[in-house]
Design a protein around this ligand. Sequence first.
Ligand SMILES: Nc1ncnc2c1ncn2[C@@H]1O[C@H](COP(=O)(O)OP(=O)(O)OP(=O)(O)O)[C@@H](O)[C@H]1O
Ligand SMILES: [Mg+2]
Length: 475
Amino acid sequence: MTNSIKKPLTLEKNIRFVDRVLLLSLPIAFIFIFMVATGILSASLAVISYATCVIFNIIFLFPVTYELQQLKQYITQMSKGTDVDALSLALEENDSKEIINAVNAMHKFWSEKTDELEAQALSDTAVLDTLPDPLMMIDENGIILGANLAARSLFGKKIREKNIDKIINSNNFINAIQRILNNESDSEALVFYLTKPIEQKLYAHIKKLPYVSKGNAIAVISIYDLTKATKIEKMQSDFVANASHELRTPLAIISGFIETLQTSAKNDQDARDKFLSIMKEQAEYMSALIENLLSLSKIELMQDNLPNQKVNLPKLLNDVAQALALRAKENSSDIQVFIDDELPEITADYNQIKQVIQNLTDNAIKYGTPNNDIIIKLEKADEIPSAPNLKTESGAAAAISITNKGPKISEEKLARLTERFYRMQEHKDKNIKGTGLGLAIAKQIIIRHRGNLTVKSNAYTGTTFTVYLPLHLGE
Ligand SMILES: Nc1ncnc2c1ncn2[C@@H]1O[C@H](COP(=O)(O)OP(=O)(O)OP(=O)(O)O)[C@@H](O)[C@H]1O
Ligand SMILES: [Mg+2]
């Protein structure tokens, strides 16, 4: 607490004090001069008496002046908003004590009011911070006076006192703000797009406040994120379009065979067995396709919920390797697991990570050159490699790589591997089964974990997919 009121009186104040003593002693001086002039008093006695009067004046005036001075300093400090303690002076029972009591009462009232206002402001901020949608207030120049937590998380912590057009650079939005600031409109509603930090479709409602005094908020901007709703809408229509397209082929095959079985092959036992086995294969493909499509849309809807399970990666990798060992053997391959670095348990979704590793290992078996081992390796990485449009967590990561021998995949094809339904022509030609959704699902799962998936391929070492997962997700 600041309390400079106990400072000794300054020279300037002493001069004023001396002035006051002299002024008070002036009438007595005139009386003594008159008495000496009329011979009532001798000059020497008059000087001694006058000096005594002055000394008495000093003794009586000093405490009063001192107290007044203290009082003045104290009130000045209070008026400047300085946080001061209650005024305490060793006072005699006199008038200034009453003044000081009154000032102290005022100080108490002022402190309580300030505390009350601070508490009110804090609770208002806390309430605004609980709102899920961004909210900002601007003044008559478009300067942001306040922003709730959602706005600060979306646009950055230090947006206060910045001009709104430096924060949101959409032309539509800036024009709407201008109309409000120029008093051309009382409220505006618009959809606009942000490209940074991530691509977003937003809806803004700008409402002018009914009355404002100078320097206060002139308008309130509330923002709603439409990205998710639009994404869900698009996902639903994509889902229907893709699913119907992909299901049409096996369905056409099955109904073609049913027709043949009902007509020309009705009594052909060999043809029936052959056709039934193809129909079974197509039905299995359809069921895998439906399962993968559902899995994909389910994961996309979970994108904003961070996983929260503790996952022991070495165990997960060994479990997957064991489960797929038989399938690898069919290709005369073994799956080898190398745990290169001791890592702590990571925060992840166990089933989802298992699904990723299973698909990558399954791909390595399906598309790798037979008679070559598949290598699964767990290492520590200092950082997750960043990628455009990907929100990766900073800091150390677990890097799980799955390598198989095989022909080099061209850069162009590598870039398309995670596209939905993309399958390389040579694999389709070889009639290797697959829906073309495994890597798209893996990518979505990794995005949910704020990680990354990279792929490298060359003729000598083969193809390596690496999954990066943050070691300390959400911490
Ligand atoms: N290790 C790999 N080596 C060579 N090509 C690969 C490898 N992994 C994937 N691919 C290619 O990428 C395509 C997409 O893989 P993805 O896992 O998404 O689907 P899929 O394996 O065809 O189907 P599903 O995963 O449903 O069984 C594959 O069809 C294949 O052409
Ligand atoms: Mg696959």
